[in-house]
Design a binder for this molecule. Structure first.
Ligand code: SF4
Length: 370
């Protein structure tokens, strides 16, 4: 039987220098020995996947966690696990404190061609509140080194909606981001789960109308400076959109490797154990994709709507009809009429999309399609 071709790979690295106060991901303290076990297990997992799928990645995303804790030779070992002939984008998430000239020069010899830097804020008081290890000056220096080392595709993460945050502080960070001229910017509204240590300050998070003001100010500043918005939270210079993220929003299959990673395949989603030891046990037994969840055609349709309507281009009505054998407008006529009347939804050239004024309340709107 012909193997399914997989073009997108996500690799989760579970270690961090220390826990950020807002963190809700699976991340554990780093030590070199556990790092070696992790790479060893990951390589086994990759070879198990090769037995089942034809993996020819167009994109690879190394996220976490803090994958910049991996040495360049460990990264090299991981890349050797793939046929990279056709790969167009390999992203490595980095913590600014891991950036130094020596490491970056070694990275330049690897197939990594995109760096995503967790800047989050350019105010040291905010970085301290987030329990980040870096200072704003270190992010600025990190960008300089990354660029000097020859990387021309840099993405910065920016977080807003911090406890007690004011618009002046948001603007300060955006201005600093703009000065650094990254090719790509991802913005994140801080969300606090009970398990995070910052949760005790949840009551200080600005009201929704203030958060909306933050969002629209960031958006306006970035658009004015020539960034294109291609998804509700993502902006880029021309042709510098994240190809990996686009694959998620366009319903492409991908595999997720490493503890707590998830993958999406025809009719199912799987999740790796949220625990390094359990993950190692499973992989050592040759068990990949251990926890599977079937995706019914109905769920698939809803997830597709959710993802496509988060993109600025929106959902293509013809594609939807071909994919689901269903007419989107007929099926959701009442909702569409309601949101068209309020100016939150637009239909143009066979595309249905949220209008910009709906972006900040997109979750509420999209939930109604669920
Ligand atoms: S760097 Fe990311 S994964 Fe690590 S502790 Fe901070 S938020 Fe969590």
């Amino acid at each position: 039987m012909k193997k399914l071709e997989i073009q997108h790979v996500y690799i989760h690295f579970p270690f961090c220098h220390r826990k950020c106060s807002y963190c809700n991901f699976y991340s554990i303290p780093f030590n070199p020995e556990s790092g070696c076990f992790y790479v060893e297990t990951l390589l086994k997992e990759i070879s198990c996947f090769h037995k089942v799928f034809f993996i020819k990645p167009l994109t690879i995303y190394l996220g976490g966690g803090t994958p910049s804790l991996l040495s360049s030779s460990q990264l090299q070992d991981i890349f050797r696990g793939f046929n990279l002939d056709k790969t167009v984008e390999i992203t490595l998430e980095m913590n600014p404190i891991d950036v130094n000239e020596d490491y970056l020069q070694k990275l330049k010899e690897l197939p990594v061609n995109r760096i995503s830097l967790g800047a989050q804020s350019f105010l040291d008081t905010e970085l301290k509140l987030l329990n980040r290890l870096h200072k704003s000056s270190e992010t600025i220096e990190a960008v300089r080194i990354i660029r000097k080392s020859g990387f021309d595709n840099i993405s910065l993460d920016l977080m807003y909606g911090l406890p007690g945050q004011r618009i002046e502080e948001v603007i300060h960070s955006v201005k600093q981001v703009i000065k650094l001229e990254p090719q790509h910017i991802s913005t994140y509204l801080l969300g606090l789960e009970k398990s995070s240590s910052l949760f005790k300050f949840k009551h200080k998070i600005p009201e929704d109308n203030i958060l909306a003001e933050f969002y629209f100010s960031i958006r306006e500043m970035l658009l004015n400076l020539g960034y294109n918005q291609y998804e509700i939270s993502n902006f880029s210079l021309k042709n510098r959109e994240s190809q990996h993220n686009i694959s998620y929003w366009n319903d492409q299959y991908y595999i997720g490797l490493g503890p707590s990673a998830s993958g999406y395949l025809p009719g199912l989603r799987y999740m790796n154990p949220n625990d390094l030891i359990k993950y190692r046990e499973k992989i050592n037994q040759g068990k990949i994709m251990s926890e599977k969840e079937l995706i019914t055609p109905e769920t698939h349709e809803k997830e597709y709507i959710m993802l496509q309507l988060r993109t600025v281009n929106g959902l293509n009505l013809d594609k939807f009809r071909t994919k689901f054998n269903n007419d989107f407008i007929d099926k959701y006529r009442n909702l569409i009429e309601k949101y068209k009347r309020s100016g939150f939804i637009e239909i143009k050239n066979n595309l249905i999309r949220l209008s910009p004024k709906a972006y900040f309340i997109s979750n509420e709107i999209l939930c109604e399609f669920m």
